[in-house]
Write a protein that binds this ligand. Structure first.
Ligand code: SF4
Ligand code: SF4
Length: 347
């Protein structure tokens, strides 16, 4: 089903959403530095709370399902008795995730494979996913590092959402993919989409696609990687890497974590916390006996790209990079993984 909403009625639509659901969307609440204004996903109640024209967020909506520094449980010991309190967030009912970009929606589908479809299911993640209503928003502009079109994660996508919105000038074009999505656009302030609206949408997305000039070929990269594991290229690619882990922290598909215990000095009480981890950190692959499988920084750099492009393709049938560009935008050493991928696909 395809409908169109005049922008003048957008506040009515949002008003109806917030009356029924808690709504999470792009906001300016993240603050700013001298060079960057952070868009962050947070709860919104009014149109003024939303930053609907945002280009990208530093942290992706991944943190809604898989937050960093996530308290898991609290314990209290009293002699032989131990009291445990589960601290993980559980949603009482459905929530709307509004304004997600196609690359970030595709990234959530990648995380689903890890947290819901592998041998171990994270039931808390699964519960939130089942209670999620996703309203995507296609991009009107591109950023310097975007390459979603090479990886099939934008500028248009076919799945992963209830509704997908496109700004077509004075109106928003809505495409529904689920029954709930259809219900959300059934109010009388929506009108049926015409062929002219469809053409406008196509023209908008075509323009965005044309601006995504960077092309990588995942199939070629996967086939080349099979023989490049011991190549000298990895030393060259990683030469300027500080191993800071920023690329992992901003990546919408990275999901490695470690567990820490915050305990009182006498150990009688404490909290167990999940924190995001980075495969670039020197001790990430350290094991008992002081054995470190990836002591060299080049091996850690290589591992990140093999994981994104080779291992997940073998395990899940698709790469786990969605071309959002965050790892390049926020790399303090300006390392452009697309350049490494280009060199690889050249053979
Ligand atoms: S590897 Fe980089 S471009 Fe790919 S999804 Fe992660 S942050 Fe985005
Ligand atoms: S953000 Fe850049 S410098 Fe930091 S670990 Fe990643 S590639 Fe290396």
């Amino acid at each position: 089903m395809e409908k169109v909403l005049d922008k003048a009625h957008f506040s009515r639509f949002l008003g109806d959403l917030v009356t029924k659901y808690k709504v999470i969307g792009p906001t300016k609440k993240g603050g700013a530095t001298s060079t960057y204004t952070y868009t962050t996903f947070d709860y919104v109640k009014r149109v003024e709370d939303l930053e609907i024209d945002y280009k990208s967020s530093m942290l992706s909506p991944k943190r809604i399902y898989f937050p960093d520094s996530q308290p898991l449980y609290k314990y209290e010991k009293n002699g032989q008795n131990v009291k445990l309190e589960d601290l993980r967030e559980v949603w009482d009912k459905e929530r709307v995730l509004f304004g997600l970009r196609p690359c970030d929606i595709t990234a959530i589908l990648c995380l689903d494979k890890v947290f819901m479809e592998d041998s171990f299911v994270d039931h808390y993640y699964q519960d939130k996913r089942r209670k999620s209503i996703i309203i995507g928003l296609t991009c009107s502009e591109t950023r310097q590092h975007c390459f979603c079109s090479s990886l099939g994660s934008g500028p248009d996508i076919e799945s992963g959402y209830d509704l997908l919105m496109t700004d077509i000038g004075d109106s928003y074009f809505f495409r529904a993919r689920t029954d709930l999505g259809k219900e959300l656009i059934s109010a009388d302030y929506f009108r049926n989409a015409t062929d002219q609206d469809r053409e406008l949408r196509e023209a908008k997305l075509k323009k965005v696609k044309e601006r995504l000039s960077e092309k990588v070929d995942p199939a070629k990269i996967i086939s080349v990687m099979a023989d490049k594991y011991n190549d000298e290229l990895w030393n060259e690619f990683s030469d300027n890497c500080f191993t800071c882990g920023a690329c992992n922290m901003v990546c919408p598909t990275c999901h490695c974590f470690t567990i820490i215990d915050k305990t009182s000095p006498d150990g009688s009480e404490g909290t167990r916390v999940l924190v995001w981890d980075s495969c670039h950190f020197e001790r990430f692959a350290q094991m008992a006996g002081n054995l470190n499988m990836r002591g060299e920084k080049s091996s850690r750099f290589k591992h990140r790209l093999y994981h994104k492009f080779y291992y997940t393709a073998k395990q899940h049938g698709s790469v786990s990079c969605v071309g959002c560009g965050r790892c390049m935008e926020f790399c303090p050493s300006h390392i452009d993984v697309r350049a490494a991928l280009r060199r690889l696909q050249e053979g």
